[in-house]
Design a protein around this ligand. Sequence first.
Ligand code: PMT
Length: 405
Amino acid sequence: MLNGKNILIGITGGIAAYKICELIRMYKRSGANVRVVCTPNALNFVTKLTLQNLSQNEVGIEEFTTENYKPEHISYADEADIMVIAPATANTIGKIANGICDNLLTSITCAFTKPVIICPAMNCGMWNNVFVQENINKLKHAGYNIIEPEEGFLACGYNGKGRLCELEKIYQKTENLLTLKNKNLAGKKIVITAGGTIEAIDTVRYISNYSSGKMGIALADCAYEMGADVLLITTVNTSKPYGVINVKSAEDMKIAIEKEFDNTDCIIMAAAVADYKAKDQLNHKMKKTSEDEISITLIKNPDILKCLCEKRAKVLVPSNSCASQKAPLIIGFCAESENLIENAKNKIKNKGCDYLVANDISRKDIGFSSDFNEVSILKNDGTVKHLERADKYTIAKNILEEIYG
Ligand code: PMT
């Protein structure tokens, strides 16, 4: 898939630098041309000779050389299709987020106009540092692709979040970004929902579910990278280069979507919307009583997806007016723990949407909170397409490609 692609790897001074030798080999095996640029500190962990042999290219370190008439940072930036910075230290992340260019790697990053993947790796205390997190959010907001570090035993002896993500994740993200049918969603406005709705019982307690928002956010990221004008309506706090509206309850979510309805080409409901909410939502903390058992009466929430489809049906079947209102494509998700396809077939009819993406939420290795999913895409003409288990971004990409070709 990466045959002939030009990948620029930036290595900074962290112990995980040794792992990048294998990443270079993975890219090379798939036919990519790899160039490596290092900060001077990276060479404390890997040698220039190793990187040069593996990439079969000169390794860039010095910003100011006399051998090339072109400025080094601009020529590296011009040649590459994508830049992957791994491991990215807190120091380099801070520099990139603040526009500082004091070495070849940071100067190239500043001049780079194509996709950049940043893979932080550091001690867990550093990762949780308030300024590091501010910088990460700044980078996310600016459209950099951050692959967050993973939890585990760190080289410094600590246990926590900070170790470089699996190389397979970096490879997969590179492949996904380089093989997107570039910009084919340009000019489309897409509204995507993500996360579990939060239904208040009183001022401190609520009913919700295990949705992390990962599936909806992956769809939003992917649609944005395909050129769409994206609006994410979510219960999860996230920093993005596209529009984000934070909501809590199903009612809030419904209001936010309905505001967009008339100006939207597509609505994707990946959120796990609570079917019921507390009948009385107290505006104080409910007192503990002497009773061992209490009851809370639940009432139905609006079915947002169904309401949207009904609203669209009215737009699509105007009386004798010359209504020229746009009717958005509507895509639902379907979370089932048994009889997935059978239930999904009933659901797509009942809700009236164009596509329904069905996932089995009884499995631990996909669905709720997992980084992975496996889905079947049902179309309203009765066809079903199965997507094998993959990371949620890959699933998102395949869903969007199925819908938009
Ligand atoms: O967020 P993650 O941790 O990544 O997990 C992803 C996911 C499992 C939440 C996601 O893939 C998923 O399945 N989302 C839909 C969950 C759900 O509410 O499914 P449902 O079968 O109960 O509802 C069907 C559709 O109706 C959904 O599009 C839902 O958004 C919508 N709905 C449901 C109830 C309601 N009151 N209003 C709605 O609009």
